[in-house]
Design a protein around this ligand. Structure first.
Ligand code: HEM
Length: 420
């Protein structure tokens, strides 16, 4: 090969470098037709978590309210800000509080980082709870989604525990006494209550051992559990046939107004269970994930991040005086999401702290195995599900009511006070 030809070859490689690097990562250009849309969803690592097509109903904002996605994005914000906070934090009773002051005073954007982490954590507890409410009130826990619902209940419990373990880390009066009250509730469990409390605290009271345990649970154990469970949660959504939706009517009309009948479906006998290939030129009600689902996801992402940014700019995360074990605040209150429990404990330690909440969680786990109906699935407040929805909403309202009473109407010695 002549030198001139070699030089030309090198120049071509240099000129094409950007496009060659790009195409070595992304195997498709930005899709412009249906084949490319499908192919993009298949070949991109992140996009292949999505189905190639989704039902139109899945994309209706008023159906999901974007709450599942918001839960995910809040968790991602928590991981990002949490890792940055770890560079500054030391889980030691002599240093933790000073590190909080450093974040406020000397670390660039330290206070903003802490605000984002704190408000995302509170937001995640609330949004995961609301997501559970939407799933229940649309009957989406029913067959074939029973297991995903059960997984969801575990996700809610892990989310609560994750937030609870983070509460102690600033090592201020608020943290110390909230965790003292919160772990005391666990101690009311019969037989193993005290042992459970001891395992959690590594001691008989909140101190250095508890701080270290809560830290390890908060930064390593519980986030890893959550990542694994969320991955299974999403995988199950795919395997359960996408999001729930109302049953298709036996006959419907296509876009020209002609009556079309439900798809005819074949199963491949012996190899696969369930429907396999559809036949007939029937208009289906699905759209490509690229760009429809992706745009919806992007919108929820931008919305979630924007809300957290604005709230973190406007409000600072609380930081009270450093821990003083001789001076409990009166009343000492658990974190807000456990204040309903604390309120119930004030009536009966066992029933309020263990009996009733245990029964409620058991009912949540069992709901899809008790309610075996199919009518009214995929619709908000379906008339066919009046009884189930009424029981669920009563439980939710009682919980919210106890939280509101515990938060605003309880003063010194847990006496009733007016917030006005
Ligand atoms: C870390 C917490 C969670 C995350 C990140 C998460 C995420 C999601 C997402 C993105 C979806 C699809 C879209 C949507 O419904 O908004 C979904 C659906 C679902 N989630 Fe969750 N979820 C969480 C917790 C829960 C909880 C607490 C429950 C119930 C106790 C639950 C039960 C379900 C079920 C059954 C579906 C399928 C709903 C349907 O088919 O309509 N999830 N989840």
């Amino acid at each position: 090969m002549s030198t001139a030809t070699k030089e030309r070859g090198v120049w071509t490689a240099v000129r094409e470098l950007p496009s060659n690097v790009w195409s070595s990562i992304f195997r498709n250009p930005l899709p412009s037709n249906d084949l490319e849309r499908a192919s993009t969803s298949f070949t991109n690592f992140f996009l292949h978590l999505h189905p190639v097509k989704v039902h139109r109903h899945t994309l209706r904002p008023v159906y999901t309210l974007g709450l599942g996605l918001m839960s995910l994005f809040l968790f991602l914000i928590l991981i990002a800000t949490g890792v940055l906070l770890m560079f500054y934090y030391v889980p030691s009773t002599t240093q933790a509080y000073d590190r909080m002051l450093d974040l406020r005073g000397t670390v660039a954007f330290g206070i903003f980082l802490r605000n984002m982490h704190r408000w995302s954590a509170h937001g995640m507890v609330a949004i995961v709870f609301l997501h559970m409410c939407r799933v229940f009130l649309t009957g989406s826990y029913r067959k074939p989604r029973e297991f995903n619902w059960v997984l969801g209940v575990v996700l809610l419990l892990v989310t609560l525990f994750l937030s609870f373990t983070g509460y102690l880390l600033p090592w201020d009066q608020l943290a110390f006494w909230a965790i003292t009250v919160g772990t005391a509730i666990a101690g009311y469990a019969p037989v193993i209550g005290k042992e459970m409390q001891f395992v959690l605290l590594g001691d008989t009271a909140v101190g250095q051992e508890a701080l270290l345990r809560f830290y390890v649970l908060h930064v390593a154990v519980l986030p890893s559990v959550l990542v694994l469970l969320i991955a299974i949660h999403f995988w199950r959504i795919r395997k359960d046939g996408g999001l729930s939706r109302p049953e298709a009517p036996a006959a419907s009309r296509d876009r020209e107004g002609a009556v079309v009948f439900q798809k005819r479906i074949y199963g491949l006998q012996g190899f696969v269970r369930g429907p396999f290939t559809k036949t007939g030129n029937v208009p289906d009600d699905s759209v490509y994930s690229w760009p429809h689902l992706l745009m919806a996801e992007l919108f929820v992402f931008v919305l979630t991040v924007s809300i957290i940014l604005v709230v973190s700019l406007l409000f600072n995360a609380p930081l009270e005086q450093p821990v003083n074990v001789m001076h409990p605040p009166n009343p000492a209150k658990a974190p807000w999401y456990f204040l309903g429990l604390q309120e119930m404990v004030s009536y009966s330690a066992f029933w309020g702290g263990i009996g009733v909440p245990g029964l409620m969680v058991a009912l949540l786990f069992l709901a899809p195995y008790i309610d075996r109906g199919t009518k009214g699935t995929g619709k908000w407040f379906a008339r066919e599900r009046l009884l189930a929805n009424t029981i669920f909403l009563t439980m939710v309202l009682l919980n919210v009511m106890f939280i509101v009473i515990g938060t605003f109407f309880r003063g010194p010695n847990w006496t009733f006070v007016s917030p006005f």
